[in-house]
Design a protein around this ligand. Sequence first.
Ligand code: ADP
Ligand code: MG
Length: 855
Amino acid sequence: MNYHKQPFEQVVADKQSDPVGLSAADAAKRLLSHGPNSLYEAPPEPLWRKMTRQFSDPMIIMLIIAAAIAGLLQEPVDAIAILVIILVNAAIGFSQEYRAEKAMLALKGLAATHSTVLRDGQPLEILSENIVPGDIVLIETGQFIPADIRLGDVQLLRVDESALTGESLVVEKTAQPLENDVSLPDRKNMLYKGTIAAYGRGGGVVVATGMATELGKIAQLLNETSVSATPLQQRMQDFGRKIGWAVLAICAVVLVFGLLQGEPLFKMLLTSVALAVAAIPEALPAVITVALAIGAKCLAKRNALIKSMPAVETIGSITYICSDKTGTLTQNIMTAVEFSPVDYQQLFMAAALCNTVRRAADGLLGDPTETALFDAAMQKGFEKANLLEEYPLVAELPFDSERKLMSTIHRANGQYLVMIKGSAESVLSICGAEDVALRGKYFAEVEKLANDGLRVIAFAYKYLAELPLIITIETIETGACFSGLIGLIDPPRPEARAAVASCHAAGIIPVMITGDHPLTALTIAKNLNIANSESLVLTGKELGEYSDQELDAIVLKTRVFARVSPEQKLRIVQSLQRLDQFVAMTGDGVNDAPALKTANVGIAMGKAGTDVSREAAQMILLDDNFATIVNAVEEGRRIFDNIIKFIRYILPSNACEVLVVFLAPFFGLPLPLLPVQILWVNLVTDSLPCLALSLEPAEHGIMNKPPRPPQAGVFSDGTGKYIIVVGIVLTAILLGMQYFAVNNSGSHWQTMVFSTLCFAQLAHALAVRSRTESIFAIGFCSNKTMLFSVFGSVIAQLAIIYLPPLQLIFKTEALSLAELLIVVAISSVIFWLLEIWKYFCRNHKSQNSAITAPV
Ligand code: ADP
Ligand code: MG
C-alpha cells in the first residue's frame, strides 16, 4: 500500500476514520470484521498428544510390553492391575501438566500490553489486542508499536525497527508524505507493529492490524515457542539420567539374582522393570515445573507477575534490591506544595504549557509529576486549554531522564515562546548570564526544598524571533531565563518501611536509585530506614568520574544513588555482581532495559513501566510497589524450600524401594515385593504427598535468615546427606520388618512388608514438612492437602489389605490387629527418628545462632 505517499488526512479518510478517532460502536464493529490485533499463534498441542506423551517414557513402554506379555502368558489379573496403575499415573501427570499450563497461560494474559487510542474524541487506554484499522493511536517513548500506523503527528519520535528490518540504528520519524516509492525501512512516516518507540512521542492512524501488518506477514518465521528448562530442572534432568543408569544396573542384578534363585522369568522381568519405573526420578523435572507454575500463580495473586520460570527459583536468593524511588518506594501521588517564583507569570505559564497532561473522559491522563503541575497551575488561574488558544503548540522536546529536561515551543504574537522545565541543575545549566550570577541563591533554595523530601522542578522560558530550520535540543534549550521552582511532595508508601525492615532481617540490602536530587532522595531514604546519617549517597556525576575499581570499593557502602541516568544503573548492577551480589533491579524506562536484563532478577513496573522494560524484565510488579518485591522474595524462598522438601522426600523413598528388593537376597530373604505392589507404592507415595509438599506454607522465620547462596546446588546444605541417611534408614527398617515377619507371621509377611513400605513413606512425608520444626509445632492441620493425602492413602492401603477383590489383585492377606499395630509402629520409626533429630538440631542451633542483620 502507498500510505506513505498520501497526505495523512487522506489516509484517515481512506480508512473511513476521523482525526479525533473512531466511535466506540464503529470500533466494536471493526473488531468483529477484522479480528483481534494479534499475531497468529501456533495452535496448542492437541489433548490426545498431551495424553500419549505421558506414556512416552521408555521405561513405561517397557513396562506396558512386559505386562502385556505376562498377561498373555499366565497372569491376566497382574497385567490388568499394572496397566490400570500406569493409566492412573498418566492421568495424574496429565492433570498436573494441564494445571501448570493453565496457570502460565493466565499469567500471560495478565502481561498483555495496552495502548492509548482516541475513541469518540477522547484518549482511552485499551488492550493493544483490540486496536482496529482506522483507530487513532498515541505513541509514547518505550512503547511497542501495536499496529502498522501512518503518522499524523510527530514529536521527535525515533523508532527502533531492528526487530523488523535488522537495522540497529534508530529511525527518525516524520509526519510528512513522502514523494518516492521507497522501501519499507525508509518509510519515515510509517510505524510498524513490533518495533519500539525509543524516543519522543507521536500519533497516527492505524492502517493494518494483526496478521495484515508487515510483522504479521513474516510472523510464521518468528513462530518459535520453545520452552527451555530452568536451571533447577536441568540439574534434576542430569541427575535423573545419572541415577537412571545406576538404577538400571541394579535392576539387571535383581533380575539375574531372581532367576538364579529359581523365580519365574516373567515375574522377575516385571519386577525389575516395575522397580526401574518406581525408582528413576524421571518425573522430578515435571513435578518441579508444576511447583514453579503453582508458585508463579501464588506470586501473581500477590501482584508479582513472573515472566520466566527461572525467576521463581532465583528471586528467593537475591541479596540486593536496587529500587527506583518514585512510585516504587513512594506513592507517586504528587502534589505541588512549595512555590518559589522568580517570574510568577512565566513560572505558572510554563507549568501549564510545558506539560503533557491530556484530558480524558474520566479525568487527567498523564505522569503524576505532570498532573500535579497542571493542577497547581490551574489553581493559580493558568488553564492549559485556554493558554493554548493564545499560545498554540508548535513543537515539543519530550522529557528525557538522561538530560532531565523537557521543552515546548509555542507561537506567541508573531514570536515564539519556549517553555522549559526539568531538574534544577539541568535548567540552570541552560540559563543565561543573569541567572549564572544568582545560581548560588537558587541552589540554596533547591536544597531547602529537597531537604524536606520534595521533588523539585525548575522552570525557564525563552523568546525566539524565528524558529530555527531544524528544531534540536541544541538550538532550543540554550540561553533561557530562569522563572522559578515548584516543590512536589510525594509521600513514601506506608508499607515500604516494614518491607525495608523485613529486607534487613532477611539479609537483603535495599538501595534507592533515583533521578531525583540527592537531598530529596536521602530524606526519603532516611524516612524509610534505607539509609542512616552515615550511609553514602552517590550522585550520577561522581559515579561518572569513578573507574570500575573505584566504584567497586564504594558500592557496598552506598545506600542511595541520586541523579543517576539509566545507563549508570547498568554499571551499578555490574559492580554489585562483581562483588558476588545477587541483584534484583527495578526499572520502568526504555533505557532501563540493559540494567534489567543484566540484573539477576529484572523487575519492571506494571503500571508506570514501558513495554520495553516489561519485555526486558523477568518479573512485573502489578502494583509498582516495593513491598511486593519483598513479598515475592518470601514466596520465592517458600517455593524453593518446598521443592527441596519434595526432593528430600522422594529420593530416599525411591532409593529404599530399589535397595530393599536388591539387598533382600543377600540376607537370605525372599523377593520382598511384587511388581503391582511396587507400582502401587510408587503411585500413592510419589504423587499426592509431592503435590501437598509444594503447597506447604512458609516456615517460620523464612525471612529471618540470610539468602540461599545462588550457586549452591540442590544437594548442598545437607540435602545430599539427608537423602543418603534417610534412604539407608528406611531400607534398614524394611529389611528388619521383612526378617521379623518372615520368621513370625507366616504367609502374612509380604503384606506386612508391603504395608510398612507404604506407611513409612507417608510417615516420612509428615516429618519432611519442616526442616527444623516439629510437626507438633507447625500443626498437623496447617497443610490440609497433606493431611488429606496421607489420610486417603492410609485408607486405600487398608482397603488393599482387607477387601477381598483388592487382595486378589495385590496378593495381600488380611492382617491381624496385632500385626497391623506392629506395621504401624515400625513404619512410624522414621517419623520419630526425624523428629528427635530436628529436636537436637534446634537445641544445637539456638546456642550458636543469632543471625546478624546487615544494615
Ligand atoms: P525518578 O524517576 O527516579 O524520580 P526522574 O528521572 O523521573 O527520576 O526525574 C529526575 C529529575 O528530573 C527530577 O528530580 C525532576 O527534577 C526532573 N523531572 C522529572 N519528571 C519531569 C518531567 N516530567 N518534566 C521535567 N522534569 C522532570
Ligand atoms: Mg520518573
